[in-house]
Design a protein around this ligand. Structure first.
Ligand code: ASP
Ligand code: MG
Length: 418
């Protein structure tokens, strides 16, 4: 039997009506001849509520009990979905993580998959069950206790099952009808993409497009799982949504396929640090030890500084998530107090945003950066920090110009027209 994985996010199973609506989509695929593994999230808002209860009960909670509580939302939806399908005459059975079993690492609240043995589900399919409804976001650790995968983890559960069961495709049903060239709330010119390459989706996912959990895209890319993102609220067919797939499957591609943004950025500059071997390590090691996620980094020797100082000095600028600024500051101050680094001043700018253009076509096209910078210059937007990768260029700018920048870049790269 060909097999499909269908994942329904929180808004798609928010109440009994919506569960029925989702179940009807599952029934249709069963009628087309598929065995289906359905992965469900908790009803929307449920996980937040459970997390809130845990934090209220025990601010420094035991992560094992956090997982015990927070995983329960998915159990409810899995059972309800199986019941709904049975009422429709579709033979279905629900599965919690430990029953499959979904074996994970011991890292409670941030567990990773180790193995998903097929035997139990295969046996049930062999007995004539057409649908296995699996609770997303959870597994079982080596200690025999329930684990969870980190927020948004049901996407990753879905991809892991698609890989383990050689699914023809992994359909992610959500509240948007696909992946867009940029956020349609920022420009009405945003266009839905028919296909997008894994690498591009990975960049867009980690750059703040919140449709898919980043890890799910990593996993899909590694195991070449074709992922489809589509709306559970629309009538859908074979061609609905956006297919996230290998770049070989994409015939026509633009140089840039998406513009992403992130508001939650801050820029930190250490003014006049020594310019000597080892200085970067002695700045970024304490940041890493403090759990700060440094993103962009700029170091450049100013000739002026060079003349003013005895030795050689430099400024070091880096960006961090805005909610990690205090932690980063503390790490730097402690490193200075301990004599590991020295600097004249630490400047924090929390009024910045990151805007990025993404496209696999950049690998073979020159001049993309120039075009991007020209478009920003035409809008009088000053660039504070630049970073690039093979298929992405990101700039840090004043947050107040973020939307303008996204619109200007969307226009400059001709993303509106198919
Ligand atoms: N319910 C979990 C969350 O809200 C997992 C998921 O839905 O992906 O994070
Ligand atoms: Mg989600």
């Amino acid at each position: 039997m060909p097999l499909l994985v269908m994942k329904f996010g929180g808004t798609s199973v928010a109440d009994l009506d919506r569960i029925r609506n989702a179940a009807a989509k599952v029934q249709r695929e069963v009628e087309r001849g598929y065995d289906v593994i359905v992965i469900v999230s908790a009803m929307s808002g449920k996980t937040n509520e459970l997390v809130g209860w845990v934090e209220k009960t025990s601010p420094l909670f035991d992560a094992r009990e956090y997982d015990a509580v927070v995983s329960s939302g998915e159990n409810v939806t899995a059972g309800l979905m199986a019941l709904t399908l049975q009422e429709m005459g579709v033979p279905a059975r629900s599965w919690q993580g430990w029953q499959v079993p979904i074996n994970t690492t011991a890292a409670h609240s941030a567990a990773r998959f180790v193995e998903i043995p097929r035997a139990n589900l295969d046996q049930k399919f062999g007995e004539g069950f057409k649908v296995a409804v699996v609770a997303g976001f959870q597994g079982i650790g080596p200690d025999g206790r329930i684990t969870t995968l980190g927020r948004g983890g049901s996407d990753t559960t879905a991809v892991a099952f698609a890989a383990a069961f050689d699914a023809e495709r992994c359909d992610i049903y959500t509240d948007v009808d696909g992946i867009y060239t940029t956020d349609p709330r920022i420009t009405s010119k945003a266009r839905k993409l028919g296909k997008i390459a894994f690498e591009e989706m990975l960049e867009l996912a980690s750059l703040g497009a919140k449709v898919l959990q980043t890890r799910s895209v990593e996993l899909a890319m590694r195991y070449k799982v074709r992922l489809r993102v589509l709306s559970s609220f629309d009538e859908t067919d074979e061609s609905s949504g956006t297919l996230v797939c290998d770049e070989d499957e994409i015939m026509e591609s633009k140089v840039v396929n998406g513009v992403a943004y992130s508001r939650e950025e801050a820029k930190i500059t250490l003014v006049t640090v020594e310019d000597r071997p080892g200085i970067s390590a002695s700045i970024f090691e304490p940041l890493a030890d403090a759990g700060v996620n440094v993103d962009m980094i700029v170091q450049n020797i100013s000739e002026k500084n060079f003349e003013d100082h005895q030795g050689s000095v430099t400024d070091m600028t880096f960006s961090v998530p805005i909610n990690q600024v205090e932690r980063a500051k503390r790490a730097m101050e402690d490193a200075r107090a301990a004599g590991r680094i020295d600097y004249d001043e630490l400047i924090v700018d929390t009024e910045v945003a990151k805007v990025s253009v993404v496209g696999i076509g950049m690998r073979s096209h020159a001049g993309v950066a120039a075009r991007m910078f020209k478009a920003l210059a035409d809008e009088n937007i000053n660039i504070k920090v630049i970073s690039t990768s093979e298929i992405k260029i990101s700039v840090l700018i004043d947050r107040k110009y973020m939307e303008l920048a996204v619109q200007a870049l969307h226009d400059a790269f001709g993303l509106e027209a198919a």
